[in-house]
Each structure stands twice: as structure tokens, then as C-alpha cells.
Design a protein around this ligand. Structure first.
Ligand SMILES: *[C@@H]1O[C@H](CO)[C@@H](O)[C@H](O)[C@H]1NC(C)=O
Ligand SMILES: *[C@@H]1O[C@H](CO)[C@@H](O)[C@H](O)[C@H]1NC(C)=O
Ligand SMILES: *[C@@H]1O[C@H](CO)[C@@H](O)[C@H](O)[C@H]1NC(C)=O
Ligand SMILES: *[C@@H]1O[C@H](CO)[C@@H](O)[C@H](O)[C@H]1NC(C)=O
Ligand SMILES: *[C@@H]1O[C@H](CO)[C@@H](O)[C@H](O)[C@H]1NC(C)=O
Length: 491
């Protein structure tokens, strides 16, 4: 863990702890090292400037072979082979973090590279790594103020474009610890015209991060996509642009600044998760916006998303559900048991909460505040509303986590959720709460969500508690289905 943390300085996507004043004694040394580094940098800026200008003449006339083959580009709907991934890595972090890429990268199907700062030695380049690597070139000649690796990582867009690979519609940038949900990403990108200039991503959850960098910038760790025509324009101005914005902290901020010069705004999709948060992401994942899950990031800095599992193991469990019904993963449904006065919230493939009181739909869809801001570890503000976790145990939900995923035929699923007992804190000893605690597992059946679901007007699906008569038992069954047009979630 301490190894990973010290790597943040290599990785500008990891946000701006770089110049934060040291909080711990052990960081003070690192802080002064950085200040020292800055002094050396000032001396080398003039050199960098000189070399940047003397080589600039290489760029205006871009080789013809790199231009897109337009007739190729127009054929057929976008699929995974039209995406070229460019992951930002370093030899120091790659060995450890490749565990995350291995979870979603399909050899021979996913295209792209992890871009490293130097050639890895035999130690790092395991022959069984499925993500091929490239070594970044030609990045040390640019100006920078805080982080030279930010220049390198920003140039991954350009270097990916320069490879001139055929039939690339989207250049997708991410970190070496970004987990992409590629099926959903492909469907999301397929609904945009790749022959036009698009810059698609998401910003930070922590307002302090958006204020410091930019609200309308795609944060790199959450991943972002640049359409081929935008990449083509971007490479023409990129190197000069890097020198213009050398004062910026991050690589993603540099890309944003250059895209802004072209005049293309961020198309924001809420399924990209930079996860600039601390502690437990539960609240966000249990109340995901009505949008497909596209990425997760910073998982090494957060509590595992399933308790009692490792970070990696947790993603594997979530992926099991995702594979069964990619479109539905994390989507919420609410139902009430009117006789018991219970509210039930399902985040499909992840968790179920039972409240022994009536909560309105607007409360159930608001994330519980189980996390803190990224830089200052505070309770907010975030770019969305949150609701506090009650200190009264009787007001806290009884929580269940995904245990099993079964596919039923071609078009249905049954997911089972097991009650989780946190071994801490006071207990609620009302009879009603005891009845909710007696539920050991919940079986949820649903039809797989239409892959075209997100192309239509969004609406939450409804659920029904199936066995009202047998509620005393330790099991519970719920069915998720489309709401009827007139149906509402009303107490
Ligand atoms: C573009 O692709 C089409 C179909 O694959 C091919 O016939 C054509 O020769 C290509 N054009 C260029 C300029 O490469
Ligand atoms: C993606 O679409 C292209 C046509 O544009 C097709 O040639 C290719 O086989 C498809 N790839 C996959 C993985 O479906
Ligand atoms: C990928 O392709 C190579 C060469 O075609 C083949 O040897 C290898 O088995 C394939 N790997 C997978 C996982 O399909
Ligand atoms: C390989 O890694 C080990 C421990 O991480 C280190 O002690 C050793 O020197 C490395 N070998 C090479 C060739 O870098
Ligand atoms: C945690 O995992 C262990 C081993 O898989 C299991 O025996 C134990 O019951 C789990 N604890 C909880 C609270 O789920």
C-alpha cells in the first residue's frame, strides 16, 4: 500500500496531492525533494523551450498514411474493435496494477497498449500479461512545472494516433488502474457519430477537485474517449499546446485545455467514475445514477466494494453480475412492503437495503454518505447530493450483498444477496428490525435489460416483493420488471 501511495507522484491522473502540504512527518521529506526538483526544473526550462521550438517544424505536415480511411469508418455499428485503448502506466506501478486491467482486457479482442515510461526489465514484462505495452517516446523535450510524467501521459493520445492503426473510431484513455466495463462503453460510444468531433468523459466527484482543475474537463482516471476526427485535429496542435499549458498539474487537464482550443466541449456521461473519494464507495454504488456503468478507478485507495473481499476480488464479483446483464449492473429499483412498512432498495448485481420505515424515492436514490472528499477527507461538497448515515441503528438499513448470479435461459437472471453483519456498533432491538434481520437471503429475478435501454428515455424499473405471506421466513423473493406507464413509487 505504501508503495502504491508513493507512486502517486508518477501518476498525474491520480490527482493533486503533489503540492498539498505534507500531513504526515514521513511526507515532509518527499515534499522537500519536490521543492528541490522544482528549482532544477527552472534551470532546464530554457533548454526544453529551445528543443521544443527547434523540432516543431516536424508537426504541421502530418504523414498522409495516418489519415483515416473514411470508407472503412462508415461501415457498420461501433464494436469493441473500433476502440483503441491507451492506458497510462509506469514500470513501477504496472506489475501491481496490471491486475486491474487483466480483469477487463480480452486478449485478441481489446485493442490498445499500456504506455510505460521506460522499457520494463524481465521482472516486469511477464509473458502472460495480456495488455501489450509501448514505451513513450519523445516526451522529455517539453516544458513542465510540476510533473513531467503528465506531459508523457497527455501525449498518449498523440502517440496512439500516430500508430496509424486501421478502423479506430475512438481513442479511449485511462489509467493503469482504471477498470472499464467495455460492453457498456461500446454501446455508449456507439450512440455518438464517430465521424464528428467528440470529447466524452466525466469529472470528479469532489467539488474541491473540480474547482482546482476544471468542472468541464474529463478526469483521466475515470477514462475518456476522443473520436478519431477530434484526435486528428488534436495531434496537429498538441505539442505546441503542451508547452502553452506547461503549468498545469495533470495530463488530463492538458488534454482538456488543448481540446478547448479546438472548441469542443465535454460530453459528460455519468457512468465514468474517477472516484476522487476516500473510504467506502458503497453509497455511490448503491445509488448509481440512471446511466450505464462505464468505469471504476482508485480502487486501491478505497475500501473493497464487497466487505470481506479484496479490492480485486470485489471487482471480480461485480464482473460476474455484469457479464450476466451488463446493461443492468448497479441499476436501482425500489419496492415497499406496505404491511410491514418496509422500503427496499436494490442496486442490481451489488447490494440490497431494507429500511424498516418508509423512505421516499428521492431519498432512496440519494447516495448514503459513506465516503469523504479526495484531498481533504471531508464530508463534502460533492457534485451530487448525499444523505448522512443515521447514528440511530434503527434507522440504518439492513444490508445484503451479492452472493450468486445465475442465468436463466437466454434472457433471464436470478441473483442472490446474503445479509451482511458489520461486526461493530450498537444494534437496534425493536421487533420490526429483528424481523428484517431474520431475512438471511434475497433472491431477485429479472429479465436481462435491453441493450438498447439507454438509447430510450431513461426510467427506473419497478420491483415487487413476491412472498408477502411468508415474510416470517429467512428468505425473500423479489421480481424486477418494467414499470407500468401509470405506476409510481409512492408510499
Ligand atoms: C480504404 O478501405 C477500403 C475498404 O477496406 C479499401 O478498398 C480502400 O483501398 C482503402 N483506401 C485507402 C486510401 O487506403
Ligand atoms: C466490428 O465491425 C467490423 C465492421 O465495421 C467487423 O469487420 C468486425 O468483425 C467487428 N468486430 C467485432 C469484434 O465484432
Ligand atoms: C490470441 O491469438 C493468438 C494468435 O492468433 C493465439 O495464439 C492465442 O491463443 C489467442 N489468445 C486467446 C486468449 O484467444
Ligand atoms: C526483480 O525484483 C526483485 C524484487 O522486486 C529485485 O530484488 C531484483 O533486483 C529484480 N531483478 C531485476 C533484474 O531487476
Ligand atoms: C468472510 O469470509 C470468510 C471466508 O470466505 C467466511 O468464512 C466468513 O463467514 C465471511 N464473513 C462474513 C461476515 O461474511
Amino acid at each position: 500500500m505504501s508503495q502504491t501511495r508513493s507512486e502517486t507522484s508518477h501518476d498525474p491522473f491520480k490527482s493533486s496531492k503533489f503540492f498539498a502540504f505534507p500531513e504526515k512527518l514521513s511526507e515532509i521529506f518527499v515534499f522537500f525533494m519536490r521543492v528541490g526538483l522544482l528549482v532544477c526544473l527552472v534551470a532546464s526550462v530554457s533548454l526544453a523551450l529551445h528543443s521544443a521550438f527547434s523540432t516543431r517544424s516536424r508537426w504541421p505536415s502530418f504523414p498522409e498514411r495516418l489519415s483515416p480511411n473514411v470508407s472503412d469508418q462508415k461501415s457498420g455499428p461501433t464494436n469493441i474493435s473500433h476502440l483503441l485503448f491507451g492506458l497510462a502506466g509506469t514500470v513501477h506501478t504496472w506489475r501491481d496494477r496490471s491486475r486491474y486491467s487483466e480483469l477487463w482486457w480480452h486478449p485478441n479482442t481489446t485493442r490498445g497498449f499500456v504506455w510505460l515510461d521506460e522499457k520494463p526489465d524481465a521482472n516486469v514484462s511477464r509473458p502472460d500479461f495480456s495488455v501489450p505495452y509501448r514505451v513513450s517516446e519523445d516526451w522529455t523535450r517539453f516544458k513542465y512545472s510540476s510533473s513531467q510524467s503528465a506531459v508523457r501521459i497527455a501525449r498518449i493520445v498523440l502517440e496512439s494516433f500516430k500508430l496509424g492503426l486501421p478502423n479506430v473510431r475512438w481513442f479511449v484513455m485511462g489509467d493503469d488502474d482504471t477498470v472499464f466495463f467495455t460492453k457498456n462503453l461500446v454501446s455508449a460510444l456507439a450512440s455518438y457519430d464517430h465521424n464528428q468531433m467528440y470529447y466524452i468523459g466525466g469529472n470528479s466527484e469532489s467539488v474541491e477537485q473540480d474547482a482546482l482543475h476544471a468542472y468541464d474537463m474529463a478526469f483521466g482516471g475515470g477514462g475518456f474517449a476522443i473520436s478519431h476526427p477530434l484526435a486528428a485535429q488534436l495531434v496537429k496542435i498538441f505539442d505546441g499546446c503542451l508547452d502553452r499549458y506547461y503549468k498545469f498539474y495533470g495530463s488530463d487537464q492538458r488534454v482538456w485545455a488543448c481540446v478547448s482550443e479546438i472548441g469542443v466541449p465535454l460530453t459528460r456521461l455519468r457512468g465514468f467514475h474517477q472516484f476522487d473519494i476516500r473510504e467506502d464507495p458503497y453509497g455511490i454504488l448503491a445509488a448509481h445514477p440512471q446511466a450505464p456503468l462505464l468505469s471504476l478507478h482508485h480502487l486501491d485507495y478505497l475500501k473493497p466494494i464487497f466487505p470481506n473481499q479484496t479490492q480485486i476480488g470485489s471487482v471480480k464479483s461485480l464482473m460476474d453480475a455484469y457479464r450476466a446483464d451488463p446493461t443492468r449492473i448497479l441499476q436501482q429499483s425500489f419496492c415497499y412492503n406496505h404491511r410491514r412498512k418496509w422500503s427496499v432498495s436494490i442496486a442490481w448485481g451489488y447490494t440490497i437495503q431494507i429500511y424498516t420505515s418508509f423512505l421516499t424515492a428521492k431519498d432512496l436514490q440519494t447516495p448514503l454518505l459513506t465516503f469523504k472528499t479526495w484531498r481533504t477527507w471531508k464530508d463534502g461538497p460533492f457534485t451530487f447530493n448525499t444523505r448522512p448515515v443515521s447514528s440511530d441503528p434503527c434507522e440504518q438499513p439492513v444490508i445484503f450483498f451479492l452472493d450468486k448470479v445465475q442465468e436463466v435461459g437466454k434472457s433471464g437472471t436470478v441473483t442472490t444477496y446474503r445479509r451482511y453483519v458489520a461486526n461493530q456498533g450498537k444494534n437496534c432491538d425493536t421487533a420490526d428490525h429483528a424481523r428484517a434481520m431474520a431475512v438471511q437471503s434475497i433472491r431477485v429475478s429479472s429479465m436481462k435489460m435491453d441493450p438498447e435501454h439507454w438509447k430510450k428515455a431513461p426510467r427506473r424499473q419497478c420491483c415487487e416483493i413476491m412472498d408477502r405471506g411468508t415474510l416470517e421466513s429467512s428468505g425473500m423473493r423479489i421480481r424486477i420488471r418494467k414499470c407500468r406507464p401509470w405506476e409510481t413509487i409512492t408510499i
